[in-house]
Write a protein that binds this ligand. Structure first.
Ligand code: ARG
Length: 458
C-alpha cells in the first residue's frame, strides 16, 4: 500500500518493494506514532483546521488501533511501507474520510522525526534506570569490600596497593558520567519537529507549542529544514551508548582477568558462566566476553549513523531511513548487556585472601618505603634510589620488603628503623592513602555513600 496516488501510473516494482519498506523495523514505534497523531489531530481540531467531529473520529480510531495492536488483534502484516502508512491506512479503513484528514499540515518527514525522538526519549529513561541499578550494585559491593587489599596495576604490572571497593568505584564514576550523558542527550532530543512538515513548514495556522506540550516535549524546533533533517539526537545517543560499551567492555575485561586461575580474585556464579563441551574442568566467563564483544556492534552502529548523515543535502533524504536499524540495535544491545551484566556482578564471589596474596608480592609497597625515608628527611629522589637498591637486594635474597631483615635495610640507608615494617604494611599503605578520591577504606566508604546518594539526585 502506498500513499502517493494521482501522479503515478505504475505500482512500485515488486523487486524494490521490500527494499523500500521500513515497516519490519519501524513498527516498534507504533505507540509513539499514534501519540504524535493524537496530539496533532487534537491541535488541528482546536485550531478549526478540521471539524470537531472529524477530530473525535480520528481520536477514537487511533485509540482503537493502539488497543488492537497491544491486544494482538492487529498485526503488522501487509505491504505497508512504514509504520506511518500502516496507521493511517488502518485509520481510514476504520473511520473513512475523516482518516484522510489526519495528514493535513503534516508530512511523514516531520512525523518520523517526531516518532524517533519520542521512542528514543523513552529508551533514555530505561537506560538511565538500568545504569542506576548497576551503580547501586557497585556501591553496595564497594562498601562490602572497602578493605579488601589488592594490587593496583599500571601496564598490567603490580604497582601500588588499593582495595577492591576502590576499583569497583572507578567504574561507578564512569557510569555516573554515562547517566549524565544520556540525560543531557535526552534534553536536546525532547524538542518537537511537527509543523516542519515536508521541509518548508505550512500555510495552516498551527499551534506547534500546544502539540509539543501535549507530548511533554520541552519546546519546538526553530527551523523547518533542520526539524526534518536533524538526526544529531540519534548520533548523540549512539555516541553515549558507545562510551557505555567502552566502560562495560573494560569492566568485563577485568572480570575475565580476575576470574582466571592466574588471578583468582573473584569467581563468577555458575548461573553466569558456561562450561566447555570438551574440557570438563572449564568455567568460562561467556557473559563478560559477550559484553566485551558486543561493544563492536555499538561502535559500528555509531559509525553507520555518522556515515549515513555526513553527505546529505538538506532536507529529508531517504538515506535517513537507515538511521533506525542502527540506533535501535545500539539501544537494544546496551540494554541486553546491562540486563546480563548487573546480576552477573551482583553474584560474584570475592576471594579477599587471593587479592591480599597478590598484593604482597611484587613490591607494591616500594613507593611507601621511599616515602618512609622522605618522612625521615631524605629527599625523594635519594629515597627512590635507596628503595630501588632494597628491591634489588630482596630479589637477590628471594624475599619481599616485609621480610627483609632490618640489618639489610640499614646497610643501604642508616635512616631505616624497625618502624619501617609498620610503614610498609599493606594496611598502612592503603589506610594512609586517604586523600580525597584515594583507596583508603575510610575514603571508599565515603565515596560509595556519595555514589548511592547521587543516584537519588539524578
Ligand atoms: N520510513 C521513512 C523513514 O524512516 C519515513 C519518512 C518517509 N518520507 C519520505 N518522504 N519518503 O525515514
Amino acid at each position: 500500500m502506498k500513499l502517493w496516488t494521482g501522479r503515478f501510473k505504475k505500482e512500485l516494482d515488486p523487486r524494490t518493494n521490500d527494499f523500500n519498506r521500513s515497516l519490519p523495523f519501524d513498527s516498534r514505534m507504533y505507540r509513539q506514532d499514534i501519540e504524535g497523531s493524537l496530539a496533532h489531530a487534537a491541535m488541528l481540531g482546536r485550531q478549526g483546521i478540521i471539524s470537531d467531529g472529524d477530530c473525535e473520529k480520528i481520536t477514537d480510531g487511533l485509540l482503537s488501533i493502539l488497543h488492537d495492536i497491544e491486544s494482538g488483534a492487529l498485526t503488522f502484516d501487509g505491504e505497508y511501507e512504514d509504520i506511518h502508512t500502516f496507521v493511517e491506512a488502518n485509520l481510514t479503513e476504520r473511520i473513512g474520510d475523516a482518516g484522510k484528514r489526519l495528514h493535513t499540515a503534516r508530512s511523514r518527514n516531520d512525523q518520523v522525526a517526531l516518532d524517533l525522538r519520542l521512542y528514543l526519549r523513552d529508551e533514555c529513561e530505561t537506560l538511565v534506570d538500568m545504569l542506576k541499578s548497576l551503580c547501586e550494585v557497585i556501591a553496595d559491593k564497594a562498601l562490602l569490600y572497602k578493605d579488601a587489599v589488592m594490587p593496583g596495576y599500571t601496564h598490567l604490572q603490580r604497582a601500588q596497593p588499593i582495595v577492591f571497593g576502590h576499583a569497583l568505584l572507578a567504574y561507578g564514576e564512569m557510569l555516573i558520567r554515562d547517566i549524565g550523558r544520556i540525560k543531557d542527550c535526552r534534553k536536546r532530543m525532547n524538542i518537537c519537529p511537527l509543523g516542519s512538515c515536508a521541509l518548508a513548514g505550512t500555510t495552516y495556522p498551527l499551534n506547534r507549542e500546544a502539540v509539543a506540550a501535549a507530548l511533554f516535549m520541552d519546546g519546538i524546533s526553530n527551523n523547518s529544514l533542520d526539524g526534518v533533517s536533524d538526526r544529531d539526537f540519534a548520533i548523540e545517543l549512539c555516541s553515549a551508548l558507545s562510551l557505555i560499551m567502552v566502560h562495560l567492555s573494560r569492566f568485563s575485561e577485568e572480570i575475565i582477568l580476575w576470574s582466571s586461575s592466574e588471578f583468582k580474585f573473584i569467581e563468577l556464579d555458575d548461573a553466569f558462566s558456561t562450561g566447555s563441551s570438551i574440557m570438563p574442568q572449564k568455567k568460562n566467563p561467556d557473559i563478560a566476553e559477550l559484553v566485551r564483544g558486543k561493544s563492536g556492534r555499538v561502535f559500528g552502529d555509531n559509525m553507520t549513523l555518522l556515515t549515513v548523515m555526513k553527505g546529505l543535502p538538506l532536507a529529508y533524504n531517504k538515506d535517513m531511513q537507515e538511521d533506525k536499524e542502527a540506533v535501535f540495535d545500539a539501544v537494544d544491545t546496551v540494554e541486553k548487556c546491562l540486563a546480563a551484566f548487573t546480576p552477573m556482578l551482583d553474584s560474584i564471589t570475592v576471594y579477599k585472601e587471593n587479592m591480599r596474596k597478590a598484593a604482597s608480592g611484587g613490591f607494591i609497597n616500594a613507593t611507601d618505603c621511599a616515602d618512609y625515608l622522605v618522612s625521615r628527611g631524605l629527599p625523594f629522589r635519594d629515597a627512590y634510589k635507596a628503595t630501588g637498591e632494597l628491591v634489588a637486594r630482596c630479589i637477590e635474597l628471594n624475599v619481599d620488603l616485609e621480610t627483609l631483615p632490618i640489618s639489610e635495610y640499614k646497610k643501604i640507608c642508616p635512616l631505616f628503623e624497625d618502624g619501617v615494617y609498620g610503614a610498609i604494611s599493606l594496611e598502612t599503605c592503603v589506610n594512609n592513602r586517604s586523600v580525597a578520591g584515594g583507596p583508603a577504606p575510610s575514603e571508599v566508604e565515603k565515596c560509595a555513600a556519595k555514589l548511592k546518594q547521587s543516584l537519588f539526585c539524578l
